[in-house]
Design a protein around this ligand. Structure first.
Ligand code: NAD
Ligand code: LMR
Length: 329
């Protein structure tokens, strides 16, 4: 049976994450090796020519699953019929820019994109926001799309999740595939909290295996939370291939499900679980099945974790209040 191609819209398609992402989407890593895709690339006018170049290269790969590529600089066209939207393009912070300026500049991108998704995307649209500040950009887009169920708007903390697994594997000598049930809580920022208290390493409790609270507080958490800055320092550019990889992982897991006994981390609109104020887009432990996710309930949160979750959530509340004040939500 021939399957109908899935329409995948990627914004910021001519950027460095876009370049690392598009070829993997077209080769079947986003949705599955048997799922044909049509790509819809959205750029600003200045990015159109470079996006055309990337589209030429995609053609040159002769990917069997790639059933078409269209390029737009109008969000109303870019999101038409989109089943999956990866919102990567964002306004980076430049010298002398205050946080309010950054939120306001990104509001100018994510508000109209949310409205275009509301008006033109397919009924089953799933949105992943990668562009920073990812959680609050996702909130802005979600607020501009009142006809789309709020839970379809998500923000990427999978890169943080993968970074935390890798650091934990290096510390304990375990294989990354032996590490399960790790959680990133809160914001995709330096306040995020990577939590190993419920994680398992080859079936044993990770915090007990590590048994070193000082390493946790002084090395593990800051290394994971500040890894983005460390990559910028080392590479002279922000993470791109690892960010693209995490975006692929996020959507693949959302669509295809978490493995039995495991969970993942996603930035999602809070339903009030774990004391996180309803509506803000915060990272939680989630399981996924049949294209839907659920927050893992009933975890015992110790004092060490509570303080750190609360700090990151407080930052998200501040960002929400700032964009509310700017009239963006
Ligand atoms: P980049 O500057 O290389 O590319 C961004 C692209 O977006 C550019 O081609 C630009 O023309 C385009 N763009 C800007 N405004 C647009 C709009 N309104 N519509 C469509 N396209 C638009 O940046 P990059 O390295 O690809 O990173 C993109 C974003 O991802 C940044 O905000 C970065 O901070 C963020 N990021 C997030 C994570 C995460 O874990 N959530 C990780 C890494 C990077
Ligand atoms: C990352 O986590 O690598 C990025 O969000 C860093 C950045 O500021 O672009």
């Amino acid at each position: 049976m021939t399957r109908t191609p899935v329409n995948v819209t990627v914004t910021g398609a001519a950027g460095q994450i876009g370049y690392a992402l598009l070829f993997r989407i077209a080769s079947g890593h986003l949705l599955g090796a048997d799922v044909p895709v049509k790509l819809r690339l959205l750029e600003i006018p200045q990015g159109m020519k470079a996006a055309e170049g990337t589209a030429m290269e995609l053609d040159d790969c002769a990917f069997p699953l790639l059933k078409g590529i269209d390029i737009f600089d109008d969000p109303n066209k870019g999101f038409e019929g989109a089943n999956v939207a990866l919102l990567v393009g964002a306004r980076p912070r430049t010298k002398g820019m205050e946080r309010g300026d950054l939120l306001s500049a990104n509001g100018g991108i994510f508000k109209p994109q949310g409205a275009a998704i509301n008006a033109h995307a397919a009924d089953d649209i799933k949105v992943l926001v990668v562009g920073n500040p990812a959680n609050t950009n996702a909130l802005i887009a979600q607020a501009a799309a009142p006809d789309v169920p709020a839970e379809r708007f998500t923000a990427m903390t999978r890169l943080d999740h993968n970074r935390a697994i890798s650091q934990l594997a290096a510390k304990t000598g375990a294989a990354v595939s032996d590490i399960k049930r790790l959680t990133i809580w809160g914001n995709h920022s330096a306040t995020q909290y990577p939590d190993i208290f419920h994680a398992e390493i080859a079936g044993k409790n990770a915090a007990e295996v590590v048994s070193d609270e000082q390493w946790l507080a002084d090395t593990f958490i800051p290394t994971v939370a500040k890894r983005g800055a460390a990559i910028i320092e080392a590479r002279g550019a922000s993470s791109a291939a690892s960010a693209a990889n995490a975006a692929i992982d996020h959507v693949h897991t959302w669509v295809n499900g978490t493995a039995a006994g495991d969970w993942t981390s996603m930035g999602i609109p809070s339903d009030g679980s774990y004391g996180v104020p309803e509506g803000i887009i915060s990272s939680f432990p989630v399981t996924t099945k049949d294209g839907k996710y659920e927050i893992v309930q009933g975890l015992d949160i110790n004092e060490f974790s509570r303080a750190r979750i609360d700090a990151s959530v407080a930052e998200l509340v501040e960002e929400r209040d700032a964009v509310r004040e700017l009239g963006l939500i």
